[in-house]
Design a protein around this ligand. Sequence first.
Ligand SMILES: *Cc1c(COP(=O)(O)O)cnc(C)c1O
Length: 484
Amino acid sequence: MSKTIFEHSTPGRKGYTLPKSDIDIPLGEIIPKEYLRESDARLPEVSELDVMRHYIMLSHKNHFIEKGLYPLGSCTMKYNPKSHEAIVRQSCFANTHPYQPENTLQGSLAIMYELQKDLSEISGMAQVTLQPSAGAQGEFTGIKIVSAYHKAKGNTHKTKIIIPDSAHGTNPATCSLVGYDVVELKSDANGRCDMEHLRSIVDDSIAGFMLTNPSTLGLFETQLEEIAELIHSVDGLIYMDGANMNALLGIVQPGKIGFDIVHFNIHKTFSTPHGGGGPGSGPVGVVEKLVPYLPVPIVSKNEDGYYLDYSHEDTSIGKMHTFYGNFAVAVRAYVYIKMLGAKGLRRAGENAIINANYLMTRLKDYYHITHLEYCMHEFVADSSWQKKENKVTTLDIAKRLLDKGFHAPTVYFPLIVPEAMMIEPTETESLESLDAFADAMIEIAQEAKENPELLFEAPLTTPVRRVDDVRAVKVLDPKFSFEA
Ligand SMILES: *Cc1c(COP(=O)(O)O)cnc(C)c1O
């Protein structure tokens, strides 16, 4: 391993000199003794260049979209335009305060108002809240709305929500958090909802149905009309997990095909660097009859301008986030939508679909693919051929991809496909980079035949070799150690 910045330390070397303190009183007299360190901290003494090299070196040990393709299925790791970062850091956005008087915040409110409207249009919903701070919190907001709707109607017997077995893991977690029992719906041989099973489980105790669409298999659910009729016939509500909206942009409006509630993952679809803890944003759109339950405030407009609208406070599920949500993520989404326009958004969606289908077609002779039909923005391959022939697993393949300069796909998900590799290239990748990834995957398929031991050892070139994933989570030790 290369030297750490601590080991580079040279006594007396400086990167920065603090200005002379203008406080005459010794620190020991201002700060109570118990808060003072007993001896000096062991900080490295380094120059500015040492620091720069250290951080650049560290950043290159990680994977990021600017370094290579990042086909993490369902996560939509597209390239995020740098212009958004410049815009969102402008002082007119960065230095506003949510407690400022409304008349000094008209620009910011206009952005939120416009974004609510654009997301309503994209989703075909009546109104959108920008408050939830991520997809999972959007789900929580949506299912709280389901609960509020039934409570208002006196539907106390509705205790269950149906979720397909291909759903994203956050869906059942969300329902449990709100207090619902989850009924798992089987997928049929085509990877769609098993309608016969659905008919057998729909009764008056059903509060709603939660569908990830396109599903985590990268398939569009084609039986929506029938599903909607069935669920609505028992006064259930249909929720769409719209984190995969990337594939539907300008093509499908969920509100027009039977869905009552949808959440967006605007940090995915509308471009904010995400992963590693956020920040995100998970706006929720609802049909007209559910608008009274949305969190307060939403942004409205009258003859005096834009304002924070608390008018439905009595029926609202309350607040989901301090103030009005993660504003900086909203600004990036607003810029993304306005820069692309309606046509551009549709092209982004179409290209995401074309890129995924191109990769699937290039890989289908080398990896088993259960659902070999046109996919949406992602598809699920698996390593069942490799496992059967040479005991090479999806984990081995994922680790080997790191050696070849690519991030691995999402692995072992969805759970209904053993050894799954969920591949989402996104629309921002060029034909050349798609080909480079396909070539690497094909090379790995050959290595699996000729030299499986190599794959069991992978990754060979990363700063940290194969880690014990379980121990890394359970016995997390993030501190620097001189002994390492
Ligand atoms: C990413 C994702 C979520 C969760 O979103 P977070 O912003 O990570 O909370 C939910 N559902 C699907 C289908 C997703 O891809």
